[in-house]
Write a protein that binds this ligand. Sequence first.
Ligand SMILES: Cc1ncc(C[n+]2csc(CCOP(=O)(O)OP(=O)(O)O)c2C)c(N)n1
Ligand SMILES: [Mg+2]
Length: 380
Amino acid sequence: MIRGALGSLWNIIIEAGRLAGLSLGRGAPACSRSVKALASRVRVGRERVVFDGVVALISNEERHFALTLFRDILRIRLIEEAIASRYAEQEMRCPVHLSIGQEAAAVGMCAALTPDDRMFSTHRCHAHYLAKGGDLKAMMAEIYGKAAGCVGGRGGSMHLQDQAAGLMASVPIVGGSIPMAVGTALSDSLDGNDRVSVACFGDAAIEEGVFHESMNFAELRKLPVIFLLENNLYSVYTPLAERQPARPLTDCARAFGMTAEAVDGNDALAVHATAAAAVARARAGQGPTLLVLSTYRWREHCGPNYDNSIGYRTEAEFEAWKVRDPLAVLRAQLTQAGAIDAAVEARLVDELTGEIDAVFEFARSAPFPVPAQAQEFVYA
Ligand SMILES: Cc1ncc(C[n+]2csc(CCOP(=O)(O)OP(=O)(O)O)c2C)c(N)n1
Ligand SMILES: [Mg+2]
């Protein structure tokens, strides 16, 4: 989901556009083209639009949309880096599974959804929660174990939810998100509405029987569900090649006759274009899609540190993936289109850092849950 108010930077861009006689909306455009398509339009000689000292080689709508994705990825990155840098203070007492390096998957997918669409996440849920529009204060309070947390301080980092934003639950049981999304998709299908459900999961989850059962049922009933597989090549320390036969992961959908697409999970615009097509199919009653996103986790499986030195993966592999940093990929696309420069990015960082610092202060100083209420919401 794209947040509406984007701050002073956007006002400046929009105002400059108006001065140049251009119309720029503030909301999220239904833009589904990748920059590859945009680049080809540039080559055939599209007019150059100048405003705010920046040369734009793509339409205002496309610039605005791509910049919004960049801001969303940057925000998640800065929040998780802040978690990592403060983790040693030992005030966040839950485990944390950071999404740093994988943010484009969440942001590209969620840009194709509305708040009414429902998403289910995993142990690695921060990016999904934030991209879906989850409340940052409630997330940080949860990670600090405070009563103001999104599940009352009872769950911690692996159990984020914001049902108003459509982030229904985060389930650390590997594969657990998958049947839940199929369940809400079944409910929406029976109700006859046009909501879409998304199951987020990693490459290890396709080793669980429930993945295959869910895929079978979803295709049988043509349910409006997206299976969003983020293949970061590892289940904790075990590489994919030691766990599964070599074949394209999209083949997992073939057994069920399901549509599947493979996409560069670090290219937010490509993810969005592919996700938007899958969402359109789901809304049109044409059934589910398996999206296989290739990506890479930068930090250790669980925790704030880097762990390449322990030997399960190589520094060279990590460096090769770092070149494909989702922020760098989108920054290059925007720069090529004349839509961002260092000054614009620095102002974004300033704006976001202010927000993040204030939220950490809020979470740290918020009260803990009352012990007498510890057994509330315990049903068995
Ligand atoms: C059913 C189940 N088995 C094992 C675990 C322990 N476990 C937690 S995360 C994880 C690896 C998950 O890998 P993947 O699904 O690829 O997600 P990633 O951590 O790479 O994002 C495992 C095995 C678990 N939580 N649930
Ligand atoms: Mg994995």
